[in-house]
Design a protein around this ligand. Structure first.
Ligand code: B12
Ligand code: SF4
Length: 491
């Protein structure tokens, strides 16, 4: 039997933000599933990544034709859900007897909604899929019903049935990386660094012990791989693809200091001389940062989210403004570039909170030259924020993730247009002018800064069209507003 695993292309309605921040990495979800299927069953897997250059511009019908698979697996994040549904529709139309199984961070959190609204989907896999997909395949092989398969939601006699959860998979070391791909298919570069170094994505852990209210992966059990295995994998890519950099796609690479130390020691011990990027929290000791630097870390992304202590506490971030500032200072002093990501419009957030955020961004950008991207808060399925939004009525009581709404405000804010924004106390007009204010302020930072990081990043953003001439025409008005807000804040 053959199994086809598909990643849909990103949404056509995704909005400009997609183009700016998008970099194609290989879909590790499907790669891990493929490895698990091939090592645990006798079946063959084909991966169709519709994001990948080879498939671009080809009609889905064309890509899917003459496919003898019995099972089609489709992955999705929230902003590609409609494209994923389209793929499911095509598969069922072409192969009515096939089994359409969907999974991933979007579907797993709205399994019943998916089955109610998308008749082409047969099974939703909740949680990590390596074991569950093998159980489904074995089940199909043996012609049994699906009652014994853990971690799935499916239709049984026209009713939607939730089987018990699949136990969390602890033994990450038993997951073999899937290496059937070429550099030409996934020519990656290091994230967040000044030079476009050839790099590859790797994961050294799964899960995250923190519980931010807006995050789809909040509280997912944290587990690590053996540092030796991870670096073996990295070394094999270095030899094969001549890479000079690594992107660690771990949710929070630094969640466990012991793991970080082991990773750094392994990288230093083998003298691989690779530069790397990761995502971190700000509450890590200087001694660990210095070790990371020594092991090749050149850039770190941090989710700061807000400059208001009240909001940081409300969203479960568990960090303080002083920790954020000292992390930026320490990284600056040892020459690690930080990408501090911010969000606004959280529950209870008002204009005063927004000004505190704006002030913190100014301080970081002007003192350290780190550019701070900021976005309005999006609502994702399965998050605490989704529950709050439903209760407050931000999402209609009968809201479905499959209502085809193009959110108008998102387009104005340059955001993915098919994901609802969380709106509470901040009015859309305030949000809109804030976004423009930030661009003005960024130009001021860029113009007034002598920092190499700010200047290079500024030029990169200029090249990407962040500061188009048209936008410049609107700036005087918003600059005035910005200064007025600052003065108000000083009072
Ligand atoms: C790489 C990445 C990107 C890349 C894009 C990758 C690409 N397609 O080329 C970049 C950097 C561009 C990116 C951007 C964004 N991203 Co991103 N990204 C990731 C990241 C770091 C890794 C994804 C990954 O490989 N995971 C590892 C695999 C193993 O995990 P998995 O996908 O969950 O798969 C497992 C299960 O879900 C299940 N499963 C998955 N699919 C299937 C299918 C079947 C059939 C089955 C049976 C099982 C199954 O089994 C898998 C194996 O166990 C994740 C965080 C993370 N570490 O997961 C965020 C993440 C996917 N991103 C996220 C978000 C929000 C974004 C942005 C929207 C952020 C923003 N505000 O702009 C943008 C979108 C782009 C834009 N602005 O236009 C969210 C998605 C939330 C959601 N519900 O959709 C995540 C989860 C981060 C988070 N903490 O919330 N991202
Ligand atoms: S936002 Fe980051 S730190 Fe917070 S729960 Fe999600 S992955 Fe963990």
């Amino acid at each position: 039997m053959k199994i086809t695993l598909i990643q849909p292309a990103k949404s056509v309605s995704a909005g400009a933000a997609t183009e700016q921040y998008w970099q194609l990495t290989r879909p590790l979800s499907l790669f891990y599933l493929a490895s698990s299927i091939e090592s645990r069953t006798v079946h063959k897997v084909e991966i169709i990544d519709l994001e990948q250059r080879r498939y671009q511009g080809k009609p889905i019908k064309e890509v899917l034709k003459n496919n003898e698979s019995r099972i089609f697996g489709i992955t999705s994040v929230t902003h590609t859900r409609f494209e994923a549904v389209k793929v499911a529709e095509y598969v069922k139309k072409l192969y009515p007897k096939s089994l359409v199984v969907v999974g991933g961070v979007h579907f797993m959190h709205c399994a019943e909604d998916t089955l109610r609204r998308v008749p082409e989907v047969d099974i939703v896999v909740r949680g990590e899929g390596e074991i569950t997909i093998v159980e489904i395949i074995n089940n199909v092989d043996e012609g049994k019903d699906l009652r014994q398969v853990k971690g799935i939601t499916y239709r049984e006699d026209n009713r939607i049935t939730n089987n018990p959860d699949q136990p969390i998979f602890d033994d990450l070391d038993s997951l073999q990386p899937y290496t059937k791909f070429s550099w030409d298919e996934y020519p990656e570069h290091i994230f967040g660094y000044l030079e476009p170094i050839r790099a590859i994505s790797v994961m050294s852990s799964r899960g995250c012990p923190y519980k931010c209210i807006f995050c789809s992966k909040a509280g997912m059990k944290y587990r690590t791989r053996k540092a030796k295995d991870v670096v073996n994998e990295i070394e094999s890519y270095r030899d094969k693809f001549n890479i000079e950099g690594i992107n660690f796609l771990d949710l929070t690479f630094t969640a466990n200091p012991h793991h970080v130390r082991a990773m750094c020691q392994e990288l230093i011990g083998r003298n691989l001389k690779l530069k790397w990027w990761c995502e971190s929290r700000v509450n890590i000791p200087l001694e660990l940062l210095e070790l990371m630097k020594k092991a090749g870390c050149v850039s770190i992304a941090i989710g700061v989210e807000s400059g208001s202590p009240r909001i940081l506490s409300r969203i479960g971030k568990g960090i303080s403004v002083s920790q954020i500032l000292s992390f930026c200072k320490e990284c600056h002093d040892i020459d690690i570039i930080v990408q501090p990501y911010f969000m606004f419009s959280f529950p209870g957030e008002d204009e005063q909170d927004l000004i505190e955020t704006s002030n913190l961004i100014d301080r970081i950008e002007r003192t350290y030259g780190f550019i701070c991207p900021i976005q309005p808060t999006m609502i994702f399925p399965g998050t605490e924020l989704e529950a709050i939004a439903r209760k407050q009525g931000t999402l209609p009581h009968d809201f479905s993730w499959y209502d085809r709404v193009e959110y108008k405000l998102n387009a104005k804010l340059n955001q993915l247009s098919n994901i609802p924004l969380y709106i509470d106390k901040l009015l859309p007009a305030t949000m809109q002018s804030f976004i423009v204010d930030r661009k003005v302020s960024l130009i001021a930072t860029f113009a007034g800064s002598h920092s190499k990081v700010a200047i290079v990043q500024g030029l990169q953003r200029l090249a990407k069209g962040d500061f188009s001439l048209l936008k410049f025409m609107f700036f005087p008005k918003f600059y005035y507003k910005y200064i007025r807000a600052k003065l108000k804040n000083i009072k």
